[in-house]
Design a protein around this ligand. Sequence first.
Ligand code: C5P
Length: 396
Amino acid sequence: MLQGKHIILGISGGIAAYKSVYLLRLLIKAGAEVQVVITPAGKEFITPVTLSALSGKPVVSEFFTANTGQWNSHVDLGLWADAMVIAPATASTIAKMANGVADNMLITTYLSAKAPVFVAPAMDLDMFAHPTTTRNIDLLRSYGNHIIEPTSGELASHLVGKGRMAEPESIVAHLEQFFASAQDLAGKNVLITAGPTYEKIDPVRFIGNYSSGKMGYAIAEEAARRGANVTIVSGPVSIKAQHESIKVIGIESAREMHQHCTQLFPAMDIAIMCAAVADYAPAQQFDAKIKREKDEIPTITLVKNPDIAADLGQMKTPRQKLIGFALETNDEEANAQAKLAKKNLDAIVLNSLRDKDACFGTDTNKITIFFADGSNKQYGLKPKAEVAKDIIDSII
Ligand code: C5P
């Protein structure tokens, strides 16, 4: 999978840099062409001589080569790469990446890189657990970077905890898996609904829900990365699609979502219904703001919204796959199975409000996927980007 791939190996200044030598050797053995970019602090831990001997290329560290004045182009490097791996990524490098502090060649290269970026953090347990680091890593993740989680164990400080850089074999496995799945949705048209719907009451009020759209957008990013033409029909959310090939159609109400989805569905290969669609909408929408009356409490009469997933289930042809979500608070499995059948879905992704950190607005989720053939797959709590990968893998 790595044969002929152009990989930038970014090394920052941490004890785990000694493992990067072995990582470099593994990458070269796997057939990759590797350009090492090292920070000034990184050079305190391992020497460029070792790295250039193993990679067969001069190591890049400074913006200029001192004696000739030759400029090292981070832009060219960023365009050359099929992937960039930053291992070890120290707390400082992660913070600079998250905030665009471009004061060394590794960060300028990162900011210029068009290719996917993999970040393998390595630091002491308390630095890793610090809210600043957590926030910076979340930021990097939200920009579409792949975080290769550190493991727990004995650290350079002899303290025991989470912060050990992932082993070189595991980093290579991540890259191989990434390239293996790189284009397996090429040419497929994928429709995704995401976010909440807002059902208008009057010009300033609506009925809505807590959906952030994060899960749907994460699935869209993963599908687009794997070559699909992705359209998101999205309720109001505060996040943006990152991948340039994702088309977003913004809507407010369930009726608008229904209208777009039924129109788009015949041209789709896969539809994933992630949106938290309101089941009911006010029967009447007021053009002027409803005023507070002294004694009278207004009554809002509701009417049923169309069930988008169920209607697409009716339209579905054998070449199409339709996947729904079920967010349950009780009798989770039975409810999910019932919805799978009722809406004529091929699979349904269950998440329970009983699971901590697995729902609205969080960056993590814990799912079970039930398939129409009666089988199911359970997963542990993971970042939504990884959950998205599991869902797409299952569809494939
Ligand atoms: O019936 P329930 O709302 O629990 O079903 C959830 C699944 O159905 C989700 O995939 C959701 O996106 C979809 N749905 C829909 N239109 C609705 C209600 C739910 O597409 N009106």
